[in-house]
Design a protein around this ligand. Sequence first.
Ligand SMILES: [Zn+2]
Length: 205
Amino acid sequence: MRLLAFTLALSVLLQSPVRWIVDAGHGGADGGAVAGTIIESGINLDIALKLEAILGLCGESCVLTRSTDEINYPEYADTLRKKKSFDSNSRVKLIAGTDNGVLVSIHQNKFSQSRVSGAQVFYAKSDGSRELAEKVQYALEQTLGADNTKQAAKIPDTVYIMRTAKCPAILIECGYISNPLEAQRLQTEAYQMKLAVAIALGLVQ
Ligand SMILES: [Zn+2]
């Protein structure tokens, strides 16, 4: 809660004119990465909702790309591919239609080697993305501890909503669901809150 108080105090000084587009990755028919019984989309939503709440408390303007695990698909979207494509296009439209928007996409990572862990921020090629990613990466490093030593990196061109974003855009891989210890943490309210506060701190700075 100390961090939250600090964030609140800081935000009074630094209130920004931007509209944060908080994007919980995947959802609906697309669960994202899966490790055992853990599904990425649910953790993404939990963290995104916390981030939106904290930013809201700080007086920041926010919009969510989804606020539940369900997505209403049109009738023609009768395959997973069509569902995913409908969903990406809706998000892209929302992002493009948001004035002064800054995209913050929340994801969880997965890797074949279970020992790999840690949060990493990726940035789009649009102006301002790299600087923002570095701020959030630094805030995560400060909050999560010294063993979180990853560096902000450029996102591969395969991520559609990041590739098409004209506004500053970052994607945060909060941790690895393939690492048993980190996966356990990622599912707790306390750790999700810690991540959300760190991300909010990085953003408002
Ligand atoms: Zn993902």
